[in-house]
Write a protein that binds this ligand. Structure first.
Ligand SMILES: [Zn+2]
Length: 444
């Protein structure tokens, strides 16, 4: 979600030079330049099917599971699945600036018209096209629903999957789009054909992709909306991090749904991810790229981001940031487990989530803050599973830089965590045991 560090920029420049000299889809410098990743094994690896399955995905068929198919092949695969399974249908919901249809895949037992009584999960992939884990995970899960005994996931819940939102950026692909990310070996470009970052446009809706997304959201009215990304920043042990506005009692425009996510969703989701071998963590951003132990922040709560918009619109919204230095396969499998578990939790607890959404929607705050500011003091200390590192004097930057060593630090880090807050209203923690209301302070 952030800008490149100086070190990453240096790698990118080297990469662009290498690309000019050696047109290849391989990244020969990859392991030499990226910090090592700890060895990983997890039960979720059993989800990968091989070439004996006629519905094997391109990700699964790739020997290193380091590949994600292009737009045309992805669409063709889903169109074939649509024809072969009654559970799945493909629906166009917009057109990109370069003329590509933007499509969603509807998975349901309801037929053309979805039963509004059933909770609906909307999973959006590729708003940043290089961060495409959700597409490969979604293909596997929908295939398993259609042919491998997981259709019961749809008994009480409906799923809408957007495999690729930023379709033009997805096709502006190459091996060096995200040099600080461990696969897939061909990656889409962060911005659109008009050079826009769509995960800054949730409020203004300048871009046709976002206008189309809003129409889709209005049509299907998700009970839970999941926006899948991959990190850019610091190293840590977690492979699947995720967050939402109002997490851990922090201020939110949607306090009841934040409480539901804190209490009904997060513990069960983390338990499921851990049972499959993954390492779930909270969505955090380092505050000092040259000092990983300086502290963490929430990255901001503004409505131009999906999670900020969701909180304002009372659409429970989770932003996933899979960790960029973990291999693509590990991240895809973690995303598969996340989506499958989210479907199960919606089936079990969808009623209480709808009660929470209704409570938030009934809020009538006297004033609505329009800006958020980062706290200047930490709100809590968080235990953090860090990766060991050393520092060195870099001749490239002229400064002291971090070198990650790829080994889990056996000592748990205790880091100050800085939240964000509306102007002039902090602290305004969520009351416990009673419905919370938004603060009524000046919007500043
Ligand atoms: Zn992103």
């Amino acid at each position: 979600m952030k800008t490149l560090t100086l070190a990453a920029l240096a790698v990118a420049l080297m990469a662009s030079t290498a690309m000019a000299q050696t047109p290849t889809t391989k990244k020969p410098w990859d392991e030499a330049f990226l910090p090592p990743a700890p060895q990983w094994q997890g039960a979720s690896q059993a989800l990968i099917r091989d070439g004996s399955d006629p519905w094997v995905t391109a990700f699964e068929a790739d020997p290193g599971h380091d590949f994600s198919p292009n737009y045309v092949d992805t669409r063709a695969w889903f169109d074939k699945l649509d024809k072969a399974s009654k559970l799945v249908r493909v629906e166009d919901f917009g057109v990109s600036p370069e003329g590509r249809p933007i499509f969603a895949v509807i998975a349901s037992k309801d037929g053309e018209k979805l039963d509004p009584k059933k909770p609906l999960l909307l999973v959006q992939c590729g708003i940043h096209p290089g961060e495409i884990d959700g597409k490969d995970a979604g293909m596997m899960l929908l295939r398993d629903m259609a042919f491998h005994g997981k259709g019961a996931l749809l008994d009480k819940v409906n799923l809408v999957l957007i495999p690729i939102l930023s379709v033009d950026g997805h096709e502006r692909s190459g091996p060096y789009s995200r040099p600080n990310q461990r696969g897939p070996r061909t990656q889409g470009w962060r911005n659109t054909a008009t050079n826009q970052n769509l995960n800054r446009d949730f409020m203004k809706l300048d871009q046709p992709e976002m206008q189309a997304l809003k129409r889709l959201q209005a049509k299907y009215r998700a009970d839970l909306y999941v926006d899948v990304h991959v990190t850019d920043g610091m190293d840590y042990q977690y492979d699947v991090t995720y967050g939402y506005n109002g997490e851990d009692g922090v201020w939110s425009r949607s306090p009841a749904t934040a409480k539901w996510l804190d209490e009904a969703f997060k513990p069960a989701m983390n338990q499921s991810l851990e049972a499959e071998g993954h390492i779930p963590g909270e969505l955090v951003f380092g505050i000092d790229e040259r000092n990983p132990k300086a502290g963490l922040s929430d990255g901001g709560l503004g409505e131009r981001f999906s999670n900020g918009w969701g909180s304002a619109a009372h659409v429970p919204t989770i932003l996933i940031e899979n960790h960029s230095l973990k291999p693509h396969a590990q991240r895809v499998l973690g995303t598969y487990v996340f989506i499958e578990t989210a479907l199960k939790l919606l089936a079990q607890k969808g009623d209480s989530l709808r009660t929470a959404i209704a409570a938030d929607s009934a809020l009538r705050p006297a004033t609505i803050p329009a800006n958020f500011v980062a706290d200047d003091k930490p709100s809590v200390t968080r235990a953090f599973k860090g990766i060991r590192y050393e520092t060195y004097d870099s001749p490239a930057s002229g400064a002291t830089e971090i070198r990650w060593l790829g080994q889990a630090d056996p000592e748990l880090w205790q880091l100050p965590f800085y939240s964000s807050h509306p102007p002039s209203s902090w602290p305004a923690p969520r009351p416990t045991g009673c419905p919370a209301i938004a603060p009524t302070s000046s919007s500043g």
